[in-house]
Write a protein that binds this ligand. Sequence first.
Ligand code: NAD
Length: 337
Amino acid sequence: MTSYRVTCIPGDGIGPEIMAATKVAVAATGVTIDWIDVEAGAEVMDKYGTPLPQAVIDSVRDTKVAIKGPITTPVGSGFRSVNVGLRKELDLYANLRPAVSIPGVVSKYEGVDLVIVRENTEDLYAGVEHMVGKDAAESIKIITRKGTERIARFAFEYARREKRKKVTAVHKANIMKCTDGLFLEVSREVAGDYPDIEFEDRIVDNMCMQLVQKPELYDVLLCPNLYGDIVSDLCAGLVGGLGVAPGANIGLEMAVFEPVHGSAPKYAGLDKADPTALTLSASLMLAHLGEAAAAHALFEAVRAVIGEGKRVTYDLGGTSGTKDMGEAIAEAVAKRI
Ligand code: NAD
């Protein structure tokens, strides 16, 4: 049987607890994983002098696949986000965020099935920011043909592989005619190579309203970095919130799987946080490794446990802790393998 080496970054806050629960659920699939545990985040600053030690980057380069818990980014401290740093350092240019309704998760919507493909390295996240004197600040938005072309191709290839029908490019080209104009122009050019997939575009503010009013009209959303960040949280809200939203950061050679949510520090160490988003991220990871049956079993097990509603965390209306919900998912996986 194949054994996979996967870098594991538990993160901080609720990260270590949801990671432990996820590992239990993954083990139940029978796929053998040799987890290479590495440390990153605010808590390792004293030990390594940086929140993103070189050993973490080296390990992901070596194993090519990683799973990551959330990491706290203190606001306005000059301490760079480990999450953004890792994506840039490893050139994980595509951020994939499925937003799929799960029966049993309380939400105003049913049957939502969207995927956000977010560009992960450019836009206002390039980090080119400075003060102009004391009373003004400037941030530079960077959009390139190369960056847009590869993310647009990623979105169309993904749509084709997953048998999805439509890609919608999200932009504000009416106002930002150069940057978002280029994003739209290149997205249109790439769409020409995929006549089997429908293509359309939406201005980001209208897109937000449309998603709230009729999410069923949309399928794959192709977004520059900042709009992708915002729109994906909106879509997470459509399917029940951050606790259930998985994600993947994918490059040409490497991939890092992580939930959309952050480190929820107020719940750290309380055995309270919902492991769903990270466990669903692990399902995406198993699919990426080519373990389709295990990925499917894990996905279905999460849906079954939530659907039953007996051993779920507070955010899903239950009283179970992180650990118990992880064990319930593992038991449900075992029935499906
Ligand atoms: P957050 O996602 O950590 O938490 C917001 C709220 O959502 C929480 O208070 C909680 O009510 C709920 N929540 C989130 N995840 C949950 C879970 N698994 N189970 C149950 N409830 C959950 O967002 P925030 O408070 O804005 O950010 C906290 C820290 O996380 C910040 O430092 C931020 O920079 C960082 N962050 C990291 C990542 C990442 O590592 N990829 C992503 C987003 C935010």
